[in-house]
Structure formats: C-alpha cells, structure tokens
Design a protein around this ligand. Structure first.
Ligand code: AMP
Length: 544
C-alpha cells in the first residue's frame, strides 16, 4: 500500500531557495580575507547569495564538473565558502572542505584520496596551495576565491579566478532533482593516528540533521537570531550552521581569517550577534581579551560549546561575567556532527543554581534522531544511573555507516562505536568521562583525564591543562598534570595539587605537575594527547 504523501527528495538546494524566497532581505555578513588586518566586511542577502550560487553551479558545469565529483576547499568562514556549499552540492557534486591546519602531507593525502577535481582557496592559503600543487596531479585547476584585482602571484597549473568564473555565467538555473541519498559533502576526521578517514554526508542526512540542530532543545535557531559560527566551515560543515541558518532564515556573520579576540568582539558588537558556536580553545582567547579590556557583550545571549569538553569554569565565567548562556554539546565528524546538547528539563528549573550547574556541565541529552547507549566490554547495555560508565554507541540517519572508499561497514551490530567513554543519568544526560584511549588506568580502576583538566583550569593562574597517564611500576598508570600558566601568573606544584584536595577521590590526585609554555593541539583545537604521551614517555614520577 502507498502513502498519500508527496515524494519530494530532501535536497540541500531547497534550503537556500527557502531562505532566498522567505528571508530574501536577511543578511550574510563576512569579514573579508582580502582586507587582511583592516576591518572590512562584505554584506549581501540570501537573495543575492542564491543568484551567485546559481552562477557558481553554472560555472562548475562549464568546467566539466560531474555529479558526485569532489571539489576541494581550503577556506575560512565567508560568503564565497558559503556559495561553494550550495553551488557545488546543489548541482549534485560534492564539496570537500579541507582543514588548512593539517600538515601539508596530510592535506595532499586527503585531496588525492578524495580525487578532488578543483581546489578552491582563500588568499591566505595561496602559499600553501603553491607548495601542495606538485603533489596534486589529479587537480584540474586551482580557483582563487577572490576577484581579478587580488589574484595571487603563484605558480600553479591552471590558476582560475572565482569572480571571473561567476561573472561569465547566468544566474538562471533550475536546481537539478536527484535522489536524496546522493553524496553532498565530504569531511575527513582529524584522527590522531593513521591516515584521516573520510565521512561522506548525503543530501538526506544533511537535511535531517538540519531539522535536528534547529530544534528548540538543540540550537533553538530562528529568523530572529544573528549567528556567528566561530567553528570553521572546514570542521564538520561548521556543525551544520550554514544549512541551519538558511533553514531558519537567521542572519549569518562570518569572521573570515580574523579569529582573535579583538576582531571577534568587534564583529559581535557591530552586527548584533545573538548566538555563536565554537570549541573551548577559541572561547578561551575571546574571554581573556574581553576580560582584560573590561568589555561586555550587548546582544550576545547564548553560545554552544563542544568539540572537546567545555571546562565548567568557562561555563561559569560566560554566565556570571557576561550573562551569556553556554549550552554544552557533543558530537563528532562521523555524526554530522550533532549528538547531544545540554539543556535543562522543566523539572530542573526549580533546582538551585548549584544543582542546575551540576547538570549543565554534562554533554547533554540525545537530540531526536540520535540513539545512544553505553555498553561494557562484552557489548552489554549498562544502566542509566549516572555512575556506570562504558563505551558510547550511537545510531541514526545522520551517523556514518562506512568510511569513504572503505569496503566494510564501520558498525558493530548496527551501532557506531564513538571511541568515547561515558555515563548516562536517569534523565538521559550523557557525560563524557574520556576518550577510551585517554582514560587513565590506575590499579584496574579508571581516572577521567577530563575531570582532572576541568579542575585544573578552574584555578585563576591556569590558562590550559592536560592530563595523561604515565607508566607506573605498581599501578600501571598514574596521572601527570601538565599546565600552561596564564601570562604573568605564578603557581607552584604544591599549590596546584592542593587545589584538587576535596574535589576528587584521593587516589585520583595527579602524581606530579609539570609546567610548560604550550600544549600541542590537533588541527581542530583538541589537546593532542598522543603527542603529550610521546613527549612524556619514560617520565619518572616521584611516586614510582
Ligand atoms: P571530531 O570528529 O574531530 O569532531 O571529534 C569528535 C570527538 O571529540 C568526540 O568523539 C569526543 O571525543 C570529542 N568531543 C566532542 N565534543 C565533546 C565534548 N563536548 N566533550 C568532550 N569531548 C568531546
């Protein structure tokens, strides 16, 4: 028996058509890359963006790009990158956003593995592209995302100018209709070991994820919002925001290459930003800048923080010092990326601020569309009591089944193993204990490195902290705390350890503290624990 309903495919082009028709005068504002350190913004509307996306799609067809082929990008958050999201996917090709912070060898590996046909780049990356070009034999042309006047003087085969390509084309196009399971965008995971793996999203997975992200207990986005995605468009599609903002008709503000505290704060104020999203490391910089310059935010109301554990001290500071609500979120590239978000339920509203805070620091509840469970080593489901912790497994329509070009499914009994260890409480709030590889195994028990790091960064003299397990003759592993002090701040090993007293079980106490100038990070801003473990391999703990 058939249903009575229309069979309209879920296509990415429909998001922008919706925004252009019903929010045609809503702005997309971008800090320009061409202006360098000068503060200059480009301003246009969703209606303008639609016309240019159609020109871009026509240009891609003229270049011979076929459905399913990949177009690489090395670009910041800006209007031309936004156009590539829609123009490329809209015509049925695949936008492959590459993280420019990866090592050049990794970028070359990724672009070759993806078989990118063209590589589009912001001017910042012109020197990188020149260096990469000889190792990218499959790339037919390099498209500088700028106008003729700003074309870089680099030596690469078939250097093309983005604005020239667009201005040669008509803005008339009826977006092609195709199956909603057609691939639309490709991201490689920032794996800390081995080669990066590709996750190929589809039009369908992207649209369903868009509905999920926009919903009230998730990002809660509407046409009244002004959204500044600090999270880069080269990191899991900026958590879906370029799609979600179009669906909601929200104004978009994009920071380009200017991610320092001063630039961001100015953009927040001048454009009336209400909502933002990013990883903790970026907020650390912005908070420090705003605090040390005695500034405030006048329109900024809420920010989503995820990508790595948001330290409770950061949530507290945003809320207490600036009146900005932090919503903690968890997800991964394999999940498009949204998995959980932490918003209180009605019954929590009558709790004291301290009790509420204890919930808000968790990674949160599953967004509709994501199923979660925690299992033990035998795959047996563990109770939701907030205490039992196990491997976090997920499934849903926007979660990976198999990595790009891999023969085998990545699933175990139909579930994807996230590699995270977590608890889930009776109200469904999930809390990440650790990455399974990072948890410290001491005498058969587990110590959460995230918990120890969160406590350390709450100390006023600490800028950043990382905890790793170091080999111990009696306990297998014991925690070593590695600290970056705030500029000009002083703190001794003993003061640091004293700060943990009463906050953790005695046996969780780090065995030693080391002060360093900086900690290593992955290309997406997470602490690079493999590197830290390598650096401190053989470190002799005073307790050993
Ligand atoms: P990526 O695919 O690069 O986005 O990395 C995904 C991984 O980042 C997850 O599996 C977690 O280990 C980590 N992660 C993301 N969000 C959080 C969070 N809010 N708290 C703790 N870890 C997180």
């Amino acid at each position: 028996m058939l249903s009575s309903m229309m069979q309209r495919p879920l296509l990415i082009s429909s998001l922008l058509e919706h925004a252009a028709h019903w929010h045609g005068d809503t702005e997309i504002v971008s800090r320009t890359v061409e202006s360098g350190t000068d503060y200059q913004v480009h301003r246009y509307t969703y209606a303008d963006a639609l016309r240019r996306c159609k020109q871009l799609a026509n240009a891609m067809s003229r270049l011979g790009v076929k459905r399913g082929e990949r177009i690489g990008t090395l670009a910041w958050n800006g209007y031309r990158h936004f156009e590539l999201y829609y123009g490329v996917s809209g015509m049925g090709a695949v936008i492959h956003t590459i993280n420019p912070r990866l090592f050049p060898e990794q970028i070359a590996y990724i672009a070759n593995h993806a078989e990118d046909q063209y590589l589009c780049f912001d001017l910042t990356f012109a020197p990188l592209v020149e260096k990469l070009a000889p190792s990218l034999p499959g790339v037919k042309g390099f498209i500088a995302m700028t106008d003729r006047a700003h074309m870089p003087a680099i030596n690469v085969p078939n250097l093309l100018c983005y604005e020239d390509l667009l201005s040669a084309e008509s803005d008339q196009l009826v977006w092609p209709a195709f199956d909603e399971t057609t691939p639309s965008s490709l991201c490689y995971t920032s794996g800390t070991t081995g080669n990066p793996k590709g996750v190929m999203y589809s039009h369908r997975s992207t649209l369903i994820h868009t509905y999920g992200v926009m919903s009230p207990d998730a990002f809660c986005l509407s046409s009244r919002d002004v959204v500044l995605p600090v999270v880069p468009m080269f990191h899991v599609n900026a958590w879906g925001l370029p799609y979600v903002c179009a669906a909601a008709g929200a104004k978009m503000v994009m920071p380009g290459a200017a991610l320092d505290g001063a630039s961001l704060h100015r953009l927040f104020e001048e454009e009336g930003v209400t909502m933002s999203a990013g990883v903790p490391t970026v907020w650390m910089g912005l908070l420090n800048y705003v605090k040390s310059n005695n500034l405030k935010f006048s329109t900024f109301k809420e920010t989503v923080i995820g990508g790595s554990a948001c330290p409770p001290a950061m949530i507290e500071s945003f809320e207490r010092d600036f009146g900005v609500t932090v919503v903690h979120a968890w997800g991964m590239s394999e999940m498009s990326p949204l998995g959980t978000m932490c918003r209180l339920k009605a019954k929590h509203l009558k709790l004291s601020p301290t009790e509420q805070f204890a919930i808000k620091i968790k990674q949160g509840r599953a967004v509709f569309g994501v199923e979660l469970k925690i299992v033990d080593g035998d795959g047996k489901a563990l109770p939701h009591d907030g205490k039992a912790f196990g491997d976090l497994m997920v499934r849903g329509p926007w979660i990976v089944d198999q990595y790009f070009k891999e023969e085998r499914s990545a699933l175990r009994d139909g579930w994807f193993a996230t590699g995270d260890v977590a608890t889930i409480d009776a109200d469904g709030f999930m809390q990440i204990t650790d990455r399974s590889k990072d948890v410290i195994k001491s005498g058969g028990e587990w110590i959460s490195s995230i918990d120890l790091e969160n406590i350390a960064v709450a100390h006023p003299s600490v800028m950043e902290a990382g905890v790793i397990g170091v080999a111990h003759p009696k306990w297998d592993e014991r925690p070593l705390l590695i600290v970056v002090k705030k500029q000009g701040a002083e703190i001794s090993r003993e003061e640091m350890l004293k700060f943990f007293e009463g906050k953790i079980a005695k046996w969780w106490m780090p065995d030693d503290v080391v002060f360093v100038d900086q900690l290593p990070h992955t290309a997406t801003g997470k602490l690079l624990k493999t590197k830290m473990r390598e650096e401190f391999k053989g470190y002799k703990l005073p307790t050993a």
